[in-house]
Each structure stands twice: as C-alpha cells, then as structure tokens.
Ligand binder design. Structure first.
Ligand code: HBI
Length: 129
C-alpha cells in the first residue's frame, strides 16, 4: 500500500436533513433509524432486516449488492448474514457515523435490488444436487 488514501468516488457525503430522512422512511417502510447515545448526539444508522426463503437467496442478494451497487457507489454497509436473514446498518464513517446522502442512496438501491431479485425468493438458477 502506498499509504495514500483512496480518493472518494463522486461528491463528498452531505449530512442528510431531517426532511430527507423522513421522506426515505415514508417511502421505504421497512427501514428505521437507530440512534446510539443518550443525548441523541451519538452514532445514527439506517437499519433494515431482509428475510429470505433460503440461505442461497440471502447470499445472492449480498453478492449482487456488492458487485452491482456498493462498489459502484463507493459506500459500504455494515451487514450481518445469519442463515436466511441479512441485517443492514447504514451510516457514513467519514462523518462520525452520521447518516449522509450516500446512506439514503444506498438504502434505496438495496431496496430496488430486493425487488428485482424477487423479494427473498430463491435464485432461479439454483440446482440442488
Ligand atoms: N462507506 N459507510 C461508509 N462510510 C464511509 O464514510 C465510506 C464508505 N466507503 C468508502 C469511503 N467512505 C471512502 O471515502 C474512503 O474509503 C476513502
């Protein structure tokens, strides 16, 4: 590694406004905002749990998200896969773990991918031995 920081793709992140956050929550009903820290000045994250019919469907979603969305947007989720479930938390670490426009965009993109892949259905091309 040369030690140089990788230049960010696109414009620097902008802190999401309350209006922008509320619009997203009204559009994407499965998402919520988690606030850490007592006085509300701690980390804030968008949060969503995806439930799939099979592990393969869950893994296909993560793989497709990684190659089609996350790398292209240069914005990375904190996510956990447990069997048929993928739990996602989005915040911007370049902005002390606040919610930015990048998080809003990624949430919308993940939701679109969820729809495209059949809302949890198993992958079509899976051949069970
Ligand atoms: N992903 N969630 C998140 N937050 C960031 O601040 C962030 C990222 N992916 C890439 C990125 N920042 C780049 O700015 C740095 O890797 C250089």
């Amino acid at each position: 590694m040369t030690g140089k920081s990788i230049p960010r793709v696109g414009n620097p992140p902008k802190k999401a406004t309350k209006t922008e956050e509320n619009l997203l929550l009204s559009e994407l009903k499965q998402w919520e905002i988690i606030e850490h820290g007592a006085q509300g000045n701690g980390r804030r994250e968008l949060h969503r749990i995806y439930e799939f019919k099979t592990f393969e469907a869950a893994f296909q979603f993560m793989s497709a998200a990684a190659t089609r969305i996350i790398s292209a947007q240069d914005h990375h989720p904190r996510w956990e896969n447990m069997y048929k479930r993928v739990e996602v938390w989005l915040s911007t670490f370049d902005m002390e773990d606040q919610i930015s426009d990048r998080d809003l965009k990624l949430a919308r993109s993940l939701e679109q991918l969820w729809e495209e892949l059949g809302k949890g259905s198993p992958p079509q091309d899976l051949i069970r031995n």
